[in-house]
Design a protein around this ligand. Structure first.
Ligand code: S3P
Length: 176
């Protein structure tokens, strides 16, 4: 990792359903950092659910709110950030996170993702006739972006407790 980066924080990126929030909460607890979730920050600041923002204002408006949240995180220290699945598709968001955080991508196959999210209803992008096809489409588009993370951690067949050990190992190495 380049010498001019300051690794104050840990950012978890990756597709929906890869466990960013559950692993992030555990990581924050173990590191004694604060946990923040970009979707929750957007909801708190706008007073609307992510679903409602997509529905009434559209995805571009949601992405603007997401960008503002990312910019505000740059001043903070000792936080674990769980990001929304599309957040680093915006290169400026990725570049901003890179200035202060180690970026760890949680990875899972589209089939595993589908198994994890199929019973959930709060993700507007998957509210389509064929959600698995949508996962494949988004996954193909985003995979090259996720691979720009500092570390990629496989979560298929692993519990959040197993994944967090690997995340923290990578984080400690990066901070040395
Ligand atoms: C999105 C993922 C969601 C949320 C929004 C858009 C995406 O977050 O930000 O529904 O573009 O993949 P999770 O990854 O936490 O589900």
């Amino acid at each position: 990792m380049s010498g001019d980066r300051k690794i104050h924080n840990l950012a978890l990126v990756g597709f929906m359903g890869t466990g960013k929030s559950s692993v992030g909460r555990l990581a924050a607890e173990l590191l004694r950092f604060e946990f923040v979730d970009t979707d929750e920050l957007i909801e708190a600041q706008s007073g609307l659910s992510v679903e409602k923002i997509f529905k009434t204002q559209g995805e571009p408006a949601f992405r603007q709110l997401e960008k503002r949240v990312v910019q505000n995180l740059a001043q903070q220290k000792k936080i674990v950030i769980a990001t929304g699945g599309g957040l680093i598709s915006d290169p400026e968001n990725l570049a901003s996170l890179r200035t202060h955080a180690m970026i760890v991508c949680l990875w899972a196959s589209p089939e595993t993702i589908w198994e994890r999210v199929r019973s959930q209803t709060h993700r507007p992008l998957l509210r389509t006739e064929d959600p698995l096809a949508k996962i494949h489409e988004l996954f193909a588009r985003r995979d090259p972006v996720y691979r720009q993370a500092d570390a990629l951690i496989q979560t298929n067949h692993r519990s959040p407790k197993e994944v967090v050990q690997q995340v923290l190992f990578q984080f400690q190495l990066a901070r040395r």
